[in-house]
Design a protein around this ligand. Structure first.
Ligand SMILES: NC(=O)c1ccc[n+]([C@@H]2O[C@H](COP(=O)([O-])OP(=O)(O)OC[C@H]3O[C@@H](n4cnc5c(N)ncnc54)[C@H](OP(=O)(O)O)[C@@H]3O)[C@@H](O)[C@H]2O)c1
Length: 236
């Protein structure tokens, strides 16, 4: 199971860093992408802006040079929020979130399957959100982008399932990262009250689900949505 070439987008912090660390500890050859700043210590890193196809292509080429071979597991994790009520949401905020969260994941998957098809094996894991299927006021752009990942994964499953490639979605609920640190305390408390588990999760709890989907035990799982949300979405 271990020793595969794994690329995690947005692996410099938050959930992506946790996923990268878990897979590296399991013995995989992990390369993370980072957009800004310095990469975390102890992990191989390449620069990537997922809204730019040329940058995605270069990042894969740089990672392939590090591995000496193609990517075997892609974790499309890079994502952003630009919240606002529908009536006041600008085209720019809608487009930016779709371009990063959905089109960015598409660009990475399109580049990744080139090598996977040749090898007749591959794992693609999209990091979506409970909000993709549950909905959320003030997050029409984010929710639509995350729901889109389900269609993307399912279509890839149908297109490339016969080539040994699986494509799955992990849908985290509220995870303690920079993204949720921005929430005001009263909203955090209100959200917690709606979560059956009664708490937010740690990034490592998302990483555990990704590690399972990337592993040999998940070879027959594709087109699935795996919630890691303390029951918030009730299995959706
Ligand atoms: N935290 C949660 O509760 C939660 C819940 C459900 C789903 N998620 C999803 O999980 C994923 C990770 O979330 P997180 O909480 O770890 O977020 P985070 O701490 O804000 O990290 C987001 C990561 O995405 C990268 N990124 C953003 N835009 C990018 C772009 N255009 N090109 C390349 N990289 C880009 C960021 O790079 P920089 O460091 O350069 O900004 C960063 O590495 C996201 O897809 C998010 O939607 C999070």
């Amino acid at each position: 199971m271990a020793g595969r070439n794994v690329l995690v987008t947005g692996g410099n912090r938050g959930i992506g860093l946790s996923i990268a660390t878990a897979l590296a500890e399991a013995g995989d050859n992990v390369v993370i992408t980072h957009r800004s700043g310095e990469p975390p210590e102890g992990l191989q890193a390449v620069r990537c802006e997922v809204t730019d196809s040329a940058s995605v292509d270069q990042a894969f080429a740089d990672a392939e040079a590090i591995w000496g071979g193609p990517v075997e597991v892609l974790v499309a994790n890079a994502g952003v929020t630009r919240d606002g009520l529908l009536m006041r949401m600008s085209d720019e905020d809608f487009d930016a979130v779709i371009d990063t969260n959905l089109a960015g994941a598409f660009r990475c998957a399109r580049r990744a399957v080139k090598g996977m098809i040749k090898q007749r094996k591959g794992r693609i894991i999209f990091i979506s959100s409970v909000v993709g299927l549950y909905g959320s006021p003030g997050q029409t752009n984010y929710s639509a982008s995350k729901a889109g990942l389900v269609g993307l994964a399912r279509s890839i499953s149908r297109e490339l399932g016969g080539r040994g490639i699986t494509a799955n979605v992990v849908a985290p609920g509220f995870i303690e990262t920079d993204m949720t640190a921005e929430l005001p305390e009263d909203r955090k408390k209100a959200y917690q009250a709606t979560i059956p588990a009664g708490r937010f999760a740690q990034p490592e709890e998302v990483a555990a689900a990704v590690r399972f989907l990337a592993g040999d035990d998940a070879a027959y799982i594709t087109g699935a949505v795996i919630p890691v949300d303390g029951g918030l979405g009730m299995g959706h």
